[in-house]
Design a protein around this ligand. Structure first.
Ligand SMILES: C[S@@+](CC[C@H](N)C(=O)[O-])C[C@H]1O[C@@H](n2cnc3c(N)ncnc32)[C@H](O)[C@@H]1O
Length: 209
């Protein structure tokens, strides 16, 4: 078993079960010791943050979650910010606090399409050149979000989003991806490529500052 998959298993995140760890290693293994700052939206029980903490020896790991109880999972070089991925001012404050360039941002938060898109627009500009932006669990973007794995019970923070936000409209994601695909290489976008994998997408930033 690969190292990242082993750590996912130990720390009880489902990133191995979904096949993500195998995918991520293809990007991360060659730069593993160079990564300094990772932001993950969606902390839940802290499993993935602690997986990253062990896998990336030089990195600070920054979690973002709407559920204040997630602060409990702070430990050593793992920090957790409390707030919503829809709050641009809050996200900007988090990045200011992080201070230095962000190597990788991963959205495993609400999986509400319009929230995912809002966070991308707020955070992608804060990613360093050639940085990695990952959006997980794209299967959710086809469904009414509270029908997915009973997520309003399994992830307590979901209740803080309000029931009016639970309807996902696939068209939102299609439009979002269309803009990225048609804008690749455009100077204003600074997106180098977009890679679709099973259940997740990886967007690589260009090398412009
Ligand atoms: C799938 S769980 C995260 C799992 C974790 N990344 C792991 O792999 O161990 C989703 C998390 O997103 C959080 N969340 C839901 N809505 C959010 C929002 N609007 N902003 C930030 N976090 C949110 C939930 O509280 C929950 O903890």
């Amino acid at each position: 078993m690969s190292e990242l998959s082993r750590l996912a298993l130990i720390h009880h995140t489902d990133k191995r079960d979904h096949g993500y760890t195998r995918i991520y290693e293809q990007y991360l293994e060659p730069i593993r010791t160079q990564i300094r700052n990772v932001v993950e939206i969606g902390v839940n029980a802290g499993g993935s943050l602690h997986m990253w903490r062990e896998y990336l020896p030089q990195a600070r790991i920054w979690g973002i979650d709407i559920n204040p109880e997630c602060k409990y999972y702070e430990y050593k070089n793992v920090n957790v910010f409390t707030g919503s991925q829809t709050d641009e001012a809050f996200l900007s404050k988090c990045c200011d606090e992080i201070g230095s360039p962000i190597d990788m941002i991963l959205d495993d938060g609400s999986h509400v399409n319009k929230f995912t898109i809002k966070s991308f627009h707020a955070l992608f500009p804060r990613l360093k050149p050639k940085g990695i932006y990952i959006i997980e669990d794209l299967g959710c973007s086809y469904s009414k979000i509270d029908s997915v794995e009973n997520c309003r019970e399994v992830w307590p923070g979901m209740k803080l989003n309000g029931p009016e936000n639970m309807d996902n409209n696939r068209v939102d994601m299609d439009e979002f991806f269309k803009k990225i695909i048609t804008g690749i290489d455009a100077e204003s976008n600074n997106i180098a490529s977009i890679h679709f994998w099973k259940w997740c997408v990886i967007i690589l930033k260009g090398d412009a500052k």
